[in-house]
Design a protein around this ligand. Structure first.
Ligand code: 8YV
Length: 332
């Protein structure tokens, strides 16, 4: 632990780039976790005692119970854009600022969404497993034939920054017709730029050849895709989830993949991850990746830097860069 009596104490919950710790140490007394030990909640609470700030990675649950037990805390800075680990109302009530890391991962995450779409539609991992298992003995006309990507209809559920970046890739790069559903439609100018058309959720499900989920997780989006929604989709359709586990009912999806209700799925996020529903591991028509959509070195550095900017900005200069509940800041 770097220590200086005049520097406010903060906690970094997981191993992170050395430059992050070095920069934080210029301003704070930093307790970090270079061994990347997974702390349970009791350990997290213990280590948060006396800390004014915490650098979090998007999975540490911050709720009323934790805040009551960590009264010195002033800011929780996620290095992720998603912040469903924060009970923001409880944080606001406790006068604790929450920050996230938007924008810096948009294009990288959209790239991955497209990679997963293409791998799923064109059966990349399924065919690779076949090859590695030594089953490839001859060419045949229908071997691993998949779904067309170019010129098909791309559906997007959740049209924030990442959804828009995926829309641009689909429309401009692959000549796809892009339809989307969102809490509210985009402005006309943005719709034109993304070449995307707003539709009802039902039309989205029925019409998309490839449906990409990019909606934030909340009580409202819990199981937004379950058995009933999957039944509305085309039997040739693919479903891609790069949003959050819990947006999809994974048990219902595994059953739908087994029954060929839809053709295939590509999943980067899971309910209860890092556990994966065992039935998903049994079906061949699903591409599974371990929550890596933002995982390029440059982007992860940028995400971590933004969390540091928020900690330094708020605790040293009184102003965070990307505050989620700025009303807290204005109260101090
Ligand atoms: C993170 C993400 O890597 O930013 C987000 O919301 O989903 C990813 O970029 C992930 O949340 C790590 O927990």
């Amino acid at each position: 632990m770097s220590s200086d009596v005049n520097k406010p104490p903060i906690l970094v919950t997981r191993a992170i780039f050395p430059e992050v710790i070095a920069r934080l140490a210029e301003h704070f007394t930093v307790e970090s976790n270079p061994d990347d030990t997974l702390w349970d909640r009791a350990e997290l609470v213990r280590r948060l005692q006396g800390k004014v700030g915490v650098f979090t990675t998007g999975v540490e649950r911050v709720d009323a119970d934790l805040l009551a037990r960590c009264p010195s805390l002033k800011i929780c800075a996620n290095m992720t854009v998603g912040y469903n680990n924060f009970d923001l109302a409880a944080m606001t009530a406790a006068g604790v600022l929450g920050t996230n890391a938007p924008d810096v991962l948009t294009e990288t995450t959209a790239d991955f969404g497209f990679a997963l779409l293409m791998a799923t539609a064109r059966r990349v991992t399924e065919s690779e497993h076949f090859l590695r298992a030594g089953h490839w003995t001859r060419w045949s006309y229908d071997m691993f034939s998949g779904a067309e990507v170019h010129g098909s209809t791309l559906g997007i559920l959740g049209m924030g920054r990442i959804g828009q970046a995926i829309a641009r890739r689909g429309a401009l790069g692959f000549g796809m017709q892009v339809i989307y559903h969102n809490r509210s439609p985009l402005s006309d100018a943005l719709e034109q730029e993304c070449k995307a058309r707003y539709v009802s959720k039902e039309e989205l499900l029925k019409t998309a050849d490839h449906l990409v989920l990019v909606v934030p997780y909340s009580a409202a989006s819990h199981h937004a895709i379950g058995a009933a929604e999957l039944a509305l989709m085309k039997p040739t359709a693919t479903l891609i989830n790069i949003a959050r586990g819990g947006v999809v009912d994974d048990a219902a999806l595994a059953q739908a993949l087994k029954d060929r209700v839809i053709a295939a799925a590509g999943l980067d996020v899971f309910e209860g991850e890092p556990s994966v529903h065992p039935a998903l591991l049994q079906v061949p028509n699903v591409v599974l990746t371990p929550h890596i959509a933002s995982a390029t070195e440059g982007t992860r550095r940028a995400m971590a830097k933004l969390a540091v900017d928020n900690l330094v900005g708020y605790l040293v200069h009184g102003r965070a860069v990307t505050a989620l509940n700025p009303e807290v800041a204005s109260r101090t």
